[in-house]
Every structure is written in C-alpha cells, then in structure tokens.
Design a protein around this ligand. Structure first.
Ligand code: NAD
Ligand code: ZN
Ligand code: ZN
Length: 369
C-alpha cells in the first residue's frame, strides 16, 4: 500500500534566486530504511540564508529547511527505531552507521553520510516536481508539509515538547549547546565571548549560562539581539568595534577563555584569536561563504598556545543529545521557547529571510497546520 500524501507544499530554491517559491510538489512513499514525516515546525536558520544568497554550491532545485520536527506518518521496510505517530526531531547530518567514525562512536565526523549531497543513503530523493528531481536541503527539506528522511535522521522525543521548540533543537540549539559542551567543554566559572547573537549565538549563550560560564560577553550590531542575549544569561554586551579585544580584556583580565564566532564573516573569524587569553580556545561555529579563506597570525597563535576549533553541528550525537535537550527544556533549564521571536506560515518564509538579512528577529519558525 502506498501511504498518502502524494503531494506536499514546499519552499523551493531554484539555485539562482534569493527568494523561495512555494510550490505543490510530488513526494514518493518511504522506501526501505526511510521514514515519512509530517512537519509540525521548521526553523529559519542562517545556513538556509547562505544557500539562498549563493554563498554555497548545492544540488538544485532544493527544498529548503534543515531545522525541523514533526510526526512520523509512515515507515519504510526494515525501520525499527521509530513508528507511525512518534514525535521526532530531524537531524541534518545522518550517520552511515558503517564508517570508522560511526563505528568508533564519532558519528558527527561520519565520512559515509550523504546529507551534504542532499541525498538519501541509496542516492535517491523522495521529492520531485513534474518529473524533475528535487533535493531536500541536507537531506531534511523541512520547509515542506511532508518529507522523507533516513531512519537515522528521525529521533524520537517526548510528545510534550511542542514542535516549534523541537524544531530548534534540531539545529540552532544542538549546535550552540554542542559547541559549548561537546567541542569547547566549557567549565563553570570560565569566561566566554560570543560574537554574533542570532539564533545560533543566543543558543550558545543559553548553553554557557547552563554550564555556569562567567562572565559571558555578547557582541552584536543589534540592540534587540543584545537585549535577548542578556535575557539568556549574558553578563556584558558590546557592539563590534576596533577596541573589541581591549574591551574583552578589561572585562576578563587577560582575555576570554573561549571565543565563539556565530556569524560566518571572515573579518569576525579573524578577530577571534585576539579575544582569548593564552591557552584559550576560539571556536568557529559561523560558516563563511565557500572559497573565503581567513588569515590567522600563526606565530602568535602557536606562541600563546591558543587553539582554533571547527565546530560542526556541535559534534552532536542526535540519538543521545536531542532527547537530552528536550528533557532540559521540559525541566525548565533551557528556555528554547523564548528563542522563538516569530511564528510564521510557510508562505511568509521570504519575509523571514529578509528580516534575517537586516539582522532582525532571534528566530523565525514556520508552523504547519
Ligand atoms: N557550525 C554549524 O554547525 C552551524 C549550524 C547552524 C548555523 N551555523 C552558522 O551560524 C551562523 C549564524 O546563524 P544564525 O542562524 O544565528 O544567523 P542569524 O542571522 O540569526 O545571526 C547572525 C547574527 O550576527 C549578527 N551580526 C551580523 N554582522 C555582525 C557583525 N559584523 N558583528 C557582530 N554581529 C553581527 C546579526 O545581527 C545576527 O544577530 C551562520 O553562518 C550559519 O550558517 C553553523
Ligand atoms: Zn541550521
Ligand atoms: Zn559513518
């Protein structure tokens, strides 16, 4: 039996325009090892914006969205981890479960995943439009009423977690929390500066607050974002400027123990090593455009024993971390709901990207009926 639906409304990127087109497209039933999910919500993340603005090359046409949560509608042959009716958060980096990294418990550096090719493990996609194959962004494609993902990308969470909150756990929260806990391993009382406090930067601040970092310095151009940063636990807020390193030094004494970049700009990435103390760690969370190398003073970095860490998805292990983050939310320890600045319809997604380009809104979340 072929489960319904056969059609889904989706936000499609044609590969060139900076705007998305909302189209009704075809969706195939879930094949072996895959799962049909009815989306409850999808966040609008800075990574989606990079794609629209042509910063990264991707297969196209692309169904956008990679920060999603919903209900399992049907499962393909052999699926055991989830069943119809389960509430799931979607992971944008599904593990192959076979490579050396996966077999060593380090699925976050899996070398066999086809997520970045926007393909299911067998090389197909479930979405098409009048015979043209569509590629779900990062094999998620959450800006669509329905999507089909590999079983390993659908992580069951308690049904009490609202979909809008759950969707954010799927990218910004997991990335922010993971960068602090898994990658930087920040300890209580250590100091941190976060440059860029949009959805991801605010998630980093939430996690820094949770682990007891102090002081926590937020840097952004927007007063609203800095106010939000304070509400999530930032102890100091600064606007970017030439004297940023001096101001961070004044607050911390010798420079911060950790500096996180959460914008994806070459200039701010280059400034990170100057914000940390000797032996400190600079953590790259923001993703710059393709082919935009940064320049680092290697001698100063080496002589002061500083580290530069690349942080992808906060080295999240979705099956371990999504339920943990959901429980932290339910326990009132991670106020994910307060990150949602705007609940919107799928048809209003282009406005959300325009607001993001202006540096407005902490996080827009598309809520499906
Ligand atoms: N590493 C990962 O796994 C991962 C995961 C998700 C997102 N990201 C990346 O994180 C970055 C941020 O994503 P987001 O969703 O938070 O985007 P966002 O647009 O919500 O946030 C960016 C913030 O940077 C601020 N900003 C812009 N220019 C600035 C400047 N010169 N100085 C200080 N602040 C400035 C903006 O006001 C905004 O608050 C993007 O590059 C995105 O691709 C990385
Ligand atoms: Zn994202
Ligand atoms: Zn693997």
């Amino acid at each position: 039996m072929i489960p319904s639906p056969r059609k889904t409304r989706a936000a499609v990127h044609d590969g060139t325009s900076t705007a998305l087109e909302i189209r009704t497209v075809e969706i195939a039933p879930p094949g072996p090892g895959t799962v049909l999910v009815r989306l409850g919500a999808s966040g609008v993340c800075g990574s989606d914006r990079h794609v629209l603005d042509g910063d990264w090359q991707l297969p196209s046409p692309t169904v956008m969205g990679h920060e999603g949560a919903g209900t399992v509608e049907a499962v393909g042959a052999g699926v055991e981890d989830v069943a119809a009716g389960d509430h799931v958060i979607l992971s944008w980096f599904y593990p192959c479960r076979r490579c050396t990294a996966c077999l060593s418990g380090r699925s976050f550096v899996c070398t066999g995943s086809r997520s970045e090719e926007c393909l299911l493990p067998d090389g197909s996609t479930a979405l098409s439009d009048a015979g043209t194959q569509l590629f779900p962004y990062l094999s998620v494609g959450s800006m669509s009423e329905y999507t089909v993902v590999p079983e390993s990308a659908a992580i069951k969470v308690p049904a009490e977690v609202p979909f809008d909150v759950a969707s954010l756990i799927g990218c910004s929260i997991a990335t922010g929390y993971g960068s602090v806990v898994n990658d930087a391993a920040v300890q209580a009382g250590q100091s941190a500066v976060v440059v860029g406090t949009g959805g991801v930067g605010l998630s980093i601040i939430m996690a820094l607050n949770l682990v007891g970092a102090n002081p926590i310095i937020a840097v952004d151009l927007s007063d609203d974002k800095l106010e939000a940063a304070r509400s999530f636990g930032a102890t100091h807020t600064l606007k970017p400027g030439d004297d940023l390193a001096a101001r961070v030094q004044e607050i911390t004494g010798t420079g911060a123990d950790f500096a996180f970049e959460a914008i994806g700009r070459v200039e701010t990435i280059e400034s990170l090593p100057w914000l940390i103390t000797a032996g400190g760690k600079a953590v790259l969370v923001g993703l710059p455009p393709q082919d935009a190398p940064v320049s680092i003073d290697a001698l100063a970095l080496a002589e002061t024993g500083k580290s530069l860490i690349g942080s992808n998805y906060g080295s999240t292990v979705p099956g371990r971390d999504f339920p943990r983050l959901a429980e932290l939310y339910l326990a009132g320890k991670l106020p994910v709901d307060r990150l949602i600045s705007n609940r919107i319809k799928l048809d209003d997604v282009n406005e959300a990207f325009d607001a993001m380009r202006r540096g407005e809104r902490a996080r827009s979340v598309i809520v499906f009926d």
